[in-house]
Design a protein around this ligand. Structure first.
Ligand code: ZN
Length: 200
């Protein structure tokens, strides 16, 4: 709601907000209203299933293969460990003990042109793009608004998101939704969001 009143979603009545932090959080605005569901918990989009195989990643919520096990900062670090283990290709990420790698390390390595780091972002963005394509079938948002540390990686993540989205969204919806980054980052967004509730 903060994004709708003060941020990039000003004037929008249908959009989905995705927060890529330690986990993946979401808010769904339909017809100008936040979707609460019958118990207030609607919008747990971080826990839709992206992988139903037996070895899918364990999520903190108790399920397996959740979106947030891939598309959060911790998901990126997890992908880094997996990718480094799968191959012996050189990467500057190997300079750090695997269990100490953070998403920021992957970002810095990608900026320096590290191939594995770039592949990690492509993998992460692709999964997020698939998820957005599914969300579109459900709510037909005019925009996806991204928030959180991970979207500061800019094109590294957003390009694969948009590519995967384009390929996987129902043709009826193609080239309609915008992908934008929040304008409230570093601006006390939680307080703005809470205060926005006073206006609705
Ligand atoms: Zn989960």
């Amino acid at each position: 709601m903060g994004e709708k009143l003060y941020g990039v979603a000003k004037g929008m009545k249908n959009f989905i907000m995705l927060t890529l932090g330690t986990g993946v959080g979401a808010g769904i605005i339909v017809n100008g209203e936040l979707v609460y569901g019958h118990d207030g918990f609607a919008g747990e989009l971080g826990h839709i299933c992206m992988d139903r195989s037996d070895d899918a990643r364990q999520c903190g919520c108790g399920l397996r293969g959740c979106l947030e096990t891939y598309c959060s900062a911790t998901g990126v670090a997890r992908t880094a460990r997996e990718f480094l283990q799968k191959t012996t290709r050189p990467s500057s990420l190997r300079n750090k003990p695997a269990d100490k790698i953070e998403s920021l390390d992957v970002y810095n390595a990608a900026l320096e042109g590290d191939e594995i780091a770039k592949e990690i972002f492509k993998f992460t963005g692709t999964i997020l793009g698939w998820a957005c394509a599914d969300f579109t079938a459900f709510a037909s948002p005019e925009a996806f608004v991204f928030f959180g540390g991970l979207c500061k990686s800019g094109d590294l993540i957003m390009k694969p998101v948009e590519e995967a989205y384009k390929k996987n969204v129902m043709p009826l919806f193609r080239n309609k939704a915008k992908f934008v980054i929040s304008s409230l980052m570093n601006k006390n967004a939680a307080v703005l969001g809470a205060s926005a509730l006073g206006w609705v």
